[in-house]
Design a protein around this ligand. Structure first.
Ligand code: HPA
Length: 396
């Protein structure tokens, strides 16, 4: 997978003051990918060293008043062309800078104060659909023993647990909030596996419970709170869905956003959810663009065909009527399923980074859908799914 990375984060002395800002987490990530090194300011032929520059009134000015907007734009365009040609879906760029900053940049007062906005270069990348991450994000999301990756698996997808070097198993019934009477349906195991997947610390939950069995949204999301309390900050959900005909094909896919049609929300039961500060949580970037672009990159490298689209979570357990399939299509939905939406809301409210993977086992509204056929399809995709998840976890 190709990733554009700011040269200063890799150790080059290309910053305005002639210095560098090497970042250990970024340098470590760079070892696992094909790096496209970038520095829009050097490409714009700005002198090194020079006074600091910041964005103000739509332009870029040095602290001595010199207008360097033209150089910043020229450099950004040059580096943008290189990144675009390389096909990199992801860029890891120096935070806050007037060219590379994303979401937050210096405010033009040269006082270290930040304001909402993107750097000149970052704006071009985002317009092209290239995901931009900062070094802080890379640090925050890197798995460790203190912060393992949680992997929650749905129908037929649990076999990845067999690849985990397990150091400890936890019976779901010992997890706070998990219902005492819940028993796994076929294809599920109710035992979390703590250990390592190819050396990466993970906690795998190889099965889950569903609202359609009468459990509450708080009960359904108890595994997410458990993962959070054990230190997980990245969480991968994988579940079987139906593909909306005309939107996506059957097979593996990435969830890009969601519509919660279950009529439930774990945050509405928030009095008992002690880890959540407030139930009024914004739902932007619910699915982490950083993790999704890694998932896309790994799929491409490994020649695994994937789809992507909006997920609708329904209560079930009946499958969709023709009218419902048609309505979902008009709502812009690509995948529909009976799990995940409430768990994703819970994880996001806890500040976790979420990746949504799916196996569309059938076309929604098809006549041949039943639990056995979902399991049979999952078996067919087992090898691709395992390779995909291992590749993703390795790059986090
Ligand atoms: N609809 C809802 N959930 C599903 C489906 C479906 O067609 N297939 C697997 N889970």
């Amino acid at each position: 997978m190709r990733v554009a990375i700011s040269r200063c984060l890799l150790g080059d002395n290309c910053r305005y003051n002639g210095k560098t800002k090497p970042n250990a987490a970024v340098i470590r990530s760079a070892k696992n990918v094909e790096v496209v090194p970038v520095c829009p300011e050097s490409a714009g032929k700005l002198p090194i060293p020079r006074p600091a520059a910041e964005q103000r009134d739509g332009g870029v000015y040095m602290s001595d008043g010199t207008d360097v907007t033209r150089q910043f734009q020229a450099g950004a365009c040059k580096e943008f062309d290189r990144v675009k040609k390389s096909g990199a879906p992801l860029a890891i760029l120096k935070a806050k800078s007037p060219s590379c900053g994303s979401d937050l940049i210096y405010d033009g007062t040269y006082s270290g104060t930040l304001t909402a906005g993107d750097g000149v270069f970052t704006r071009l990348l985002k317009q092209e659909g290239i995901t931009v991450a900062t070094e802080t994000m890379v640090e925050e999301m890197h798995p460790s023993v203190e912060h393992p990756v949680a992997i929650v698996l749905g129908t037929g997808l649990g076999s990845i647990t067999d690849l985990v070097h397990v150091v400890r198993r936890i019976d779901y019934h010992d997890i706070e909030g998990f219902p005492d009477n819940a028993q796994p349906i076929e294809g599920h195991r109710f035992e979390a596996a703590i250990g390592a997947l190819d050396g990466v610390p993970v906690i795998v939950y190889p099965g889950r419970i569903h609202l359609y069995r009468g459990y509450s949204a708080a009960e359904v999301t108890s595994l997410v709170r458990h993962a959070f309390r054990l230190g997980c900050r990245d969480i991968i959900f994988a579940g079987a869905t139906g593909a909306i005909p005309g939107k996506v094909e059957k097979g593996l896919g990435i969830l890009t956003d969601q519509i919660n049609l279950t009529g439930r929300n774990p945050l509405a039961e928030w009095e008992g959810l002690r880890d959540v500060e407030s139930p009024f949580v914004d739902m932007n970037d619910l699915y982490s663009p950083y993790m999704s672009s890694i998932a896309r990159g790994v799929a491409k490298d490994q020649n695994i065909t994937i789809g992507a689209g909006v997920f609708a979570g329904v209560l079930g357990p009946s499958f969709e009527t023709r009218a419902e399939v048609s309505a979902l299509r008009q709502l812009g939905v690509s995948y529909v399923g009976m799990s995940t939406v409430n768990e994703v809301i819970m994880a996001h409210a806890l500040g976790m980074h979420v990746l949504g993977l799916t196996l569309a086992a059938n076309y929604s509204g098809g006549c041949d859908v039943d639990h056995q056929s979902v399991l049979a399809t999952a078996k067919r995709y087992e090898d691709d799914f395992q390779r995909w998840v291992r590749g993703i976890v390795h790059l986090l």
